[in-house]
Design a protein around this ligand. Structure first.
Ligand SMILES: Cc1cc2nc3c(=O)[nH]c(=O)nc-3n(C[C@H](O)[C@H](O)[C@H](O)COP(=O)(O)OP(=O)(O)OC[C@H]3O[C@@H](n4cnc5c(N)ncnc54)[C@H](O)[C@@H]3O)c2cc1C
Length: 223
């Protein structure tokens, strides 16, 4: 249901940009695109994280739940910024919402879930007709309602996010959201495809073992 739209301000050639920025500090010429690309790869493989902060990602996330966006907001490294759809100005009488797979697989559960959402919607309309302002009715909206954010952050933040949110212990909707981001970035350029294939990995792939208390078993525990 969710959708990721990559905005044109996103860096198109992230690896080459890293190489160009690093070249300035290494006293190298930055005129040769091939050398820039190679230097960028070297910075990535060497783990020189500051250089990754020059790569900009701007995107719209829409149709994901307010709940997963609440988790999205915990990734604050590098001071990302964002705007979220207003609950004061937008009419949520007919709000969209996310239906979890555990609910969808059983018609009875799905019916109960949708009935609860419908009831909230009815109450919203009722209060609106009674003259309560939208900003106050918004308090009854569920965390499962769909929202929209426009977001700006750097590559280093996304790499770090991937380690937490591609982990099997992360909330399923966040894992889906991160997969959607990877798919959308892959479409931007071959350099982004390389980044999504090589830099976006769960934390166990970095450390070679699982750091979570309750492991999924993909990697051995450290002790
Ligand atoms: C399985 C799972 C369960 C979770 N459960 C909960 C929960 O119940 N409640 C909850 O609130 N959150 C929960 N979280 C979110 C988690 O606690 C973090 O808020 C989230 O992972 C983002 O923080 P971060 O440090 O990973 O990323 P960022 O904030 O983006 O930080 C990235 C890196 O930057 C550095 N950094 C960032 N800020 C600072 C700083 N102030 N000082 C020094 N260095 C800094 C650190 O090296 C950090 O690793 C959960 C996450 C997972 C994956």
């Amino acid at each position: 249901m969710g959708k990721v739209i990559i905005l044109p301000e996103t860096t198109k050639d992230p690896i080459s940009l890293i190489g160009r920025r690093a070249g300035i500090c290494w006293g190298s010429s930055t005129d040769d695109p091939e050398k820039n690309y190679k230097r960028g790869l070297d910075c990535i493989r060497s783990g020189h994280g500051r250089t990754w902060e020059f790569v900009n990602v701007e995107m719209v996330l829409e149709g994901y739940s307010a709940r997963v966006i609440r988790e999205w907001y915990t990734h604050i490294g590098g001071s990302p910024t964002r705007l979220q759809a207003s609950t004061r100005y937008i009419d949520y009488g007919e709000f969209e919402y996310v239906v979890p797979r555990s609910v969808k697989k059983d018609p009875e559960k799905e019916e109960a879930y949708r009935a609860a959402m419908h009831e909230i919607s009815e109450a919203y309309r009722h209060l609106q007709d009674a003259g309560v302002p939208k900003e106050d009715i918004a308090n009854i909206l569920p965390l499962g309602m769909a929202t929209r954010v426009v977001d700006k952050r750097n590559l280093r933040n996304l790499v770090d996010m991937s380690h937490q949110r591609m982990c099997a212990r992360a909330y399923w909707e966040y894992r889906d959201l991160f997969r959607d981001i990877c798919a959308a970035l892959r479409e931007v350029s071959d350099e982004w495809a390389w980044i999504t294939d090589h830099m976006f990995v769960p934390k166990c792939e970095l450390s070679g073992f699982c750091t979570e208390t309750r492991s999924c078993g993909r990697m051995p525990k450290k002790h």
